[in-house]
Design a protein around this ligand. Structure first.
Ligand code: FES
Length: 146
């Protein structure tokens, strides 16, 4: 059994997170929170030629949530919006070589914040309606274990 249950990748992205920060006047912005633990994640995207040209995050939360944010921004950068919206919570956890079972819920915020930012952009350009952008919010009603 690993000493503390975190993969090397989680530790690496927690210690040296990628794409931390804010994009002023972003094309898309997503904010999601876990109502139980209060962890909060914000993702900012800049879109060029229908691709994620730049992406930054700000996370007020646990180490896993920070590693997840870092990983999801790395995964999304350079992808088309249609590709990036398909990144799932599980994809992020898999890329991080797993999270301890009690921390799996922390991987939810990353994909959810990314999707929210993409949908925010799509609402702005009239591709989807504001109601459609809300579809994902609170979809599983999971609680935070810490
Ligand atoms: Fe709340 Fe990780 S997201 S403890």
């Amino acid at each position: 059994m690993a000493q503390i249950g975190y993969s090397k990748k989680v530790m690496e992205h927690f210690m040296i997170p990628r794409n931390v920060g804010v994009i002023e006047n972003p094309d898309g912005y997503g904010k999601v929170g876990n109502p139980v633990c209060g962890d909060l994640m914000e993702i900012f995207i800049r879109v060029k030629d229908d691709k994620i040209d730049d992406i930054k995050f700000r996370t007020f939360g646990c180490g896993s949530a920070i590693a997840v944010s870092s990983m999801v921004t790395e995964m999304a950068k350079g992808k088309t919006l249609d590709e990036a919206i398909k990144i799932t919570r599980k994809d992020v956890a898999d890329e991080l070589e797993g999270l301890p079972p009690q921390k799996m819920h922390c991987s939810n915020l990353g994909a959810d914040a990314l999707h929210a930012a993409i949908k925010d952009y799509w609402v702005k350009i009239g591709k989807i309606k504001p109601e459609e952008a809300k579809a994902e919010e609170g979809e599983e009603g999971e609680s935070c274990g810490t």
